[in-house]
Design a protein around this ligand. Structure first.
Ligand code: PXL
Length: 280
């Protein structure tokens, strides 16, 4: 039976991140994708975008949840990304308790920081609340910056295996079951993910070639492809490796297109994703 995923994050109308990538990518994996928009922005808040519009949708969400409950809908997975404020993190709690099937995994991308800095609009109170949500994750998907904010450990772009292990243990103390730490690297030509089982304390790695440019929206492409592959029944390590290969292919498709600095051409990598999932 087709699985139904609920994903809660913003709509950055232009910018190739959050819902505008989650919806097509998870759908391409053959998974029904229900969206709960946290806010509508004219663009994302990164890079040289300035004066973007931001329409907060928090007040609409309780009515949407009430309607779904009345209609008797439940979801096989919850995947959260960029959330506009602390009230929305509280609403995630309501969704977890009342709208998920018993086995439904919660995939939490803290989506609040990158390149050593919090995104515009977030503060330490938000980070504090996000720590609570991360503790509820079946799979937590932080990048290195988010991991540093969530643990209070220093942000480093190059780390030894021992340092990565310390960071993973710090994240595990928040309470998630499994962690995929993104952006791990100890050599200039490779970048990858560390996959950590908090119960067994086992770490495994998957690396790909590192391209010279950092792509905006690649974290959301990774999380979306991971969610789709995981819900198609792939093991966590296999789904993480496929998501990493998908992001590399999307970045390769974008290389040299300087006008497309704000996102990646993930559309061109969708065939790779679908072939590896063998959707007939
Ligand atoms: O997860 C990336 C993202 C999502 N949504 C908004 C953002 C960003 C990154 O900057 O600004 C609004």
């Amino acid at each position: 039976m087709t699985k139904r995923v609920l994903t809660m994050q913003d709509i950055s109308c232009l910018g190739q991140c959050s819902l505008t990538v989650a919806l097509p990518i998870i759908s391409a994996c053959g998974i029904e994708t229900v969206i709960l928009p946290s806010a509508v922005l004219s663009t994302h808040t990164g890079g040289s975008f300035e004066n973007y519009t931001f329409h907060d949708l928090t007040d609409d969400i309780p009515g949407i949840l009430k309607h779904w409950k009345q209609e008797g809908f439940q979801f096989d997975c919850l995947y959260t990304g960029y959330l506009g404020n602390i009230r929305q993190i509280n609403l995630v709690e309501e969704i977890r308790k009342e709208l998920l099937t018993e086995e439904a995994p919660c995939i939490i991308d803290p989506a609040m920081a990158d390149f050593g800095k919090l995104y515009t609009g977030f503060d330490t109170a938000y980070v504090h609340k996000m720590k609570e949500l991360c503790g509820q994750a079946d799979v937590l998907l932080p990048n290195l910056t988010e991991a540093a904010f969530l643990t209070g450990l220093p942000y480093r772009t190059r780390m030894s295996e021992a340092e990565v292990h310390v960071l993973l243990k710090g994240l595990a103390a928040l309470g998630p079951k499994q962690i995929i730490l993104k952006g791990v690297s100890d050599t200039p030509d490779q970048i990858g993910v560390a996959i950590y089982n908090c119960e067994t304390d086992r770490v495994s790695y998957y690396f790909t070639r590192r391209l010279p440019r950092n792509g905006y929206g690649t974290g959301d492409c990774f999380a979306s492809a991971f969610t789709g592959a995981y819900m198609r029944g792939m093991e966590i390590k296999e789904a993480a490796a496929l998501a990493a290969d998908f992001v590399l292919a999307a970045m390769e498709a974008t290389a040299g297109d300087e006008k497309h600095w704000y996102g990646v051409h993930f559309e061109q990598a969708l065939p790779l994703l679908m072939e590896r999932l063998v959707i007939d």
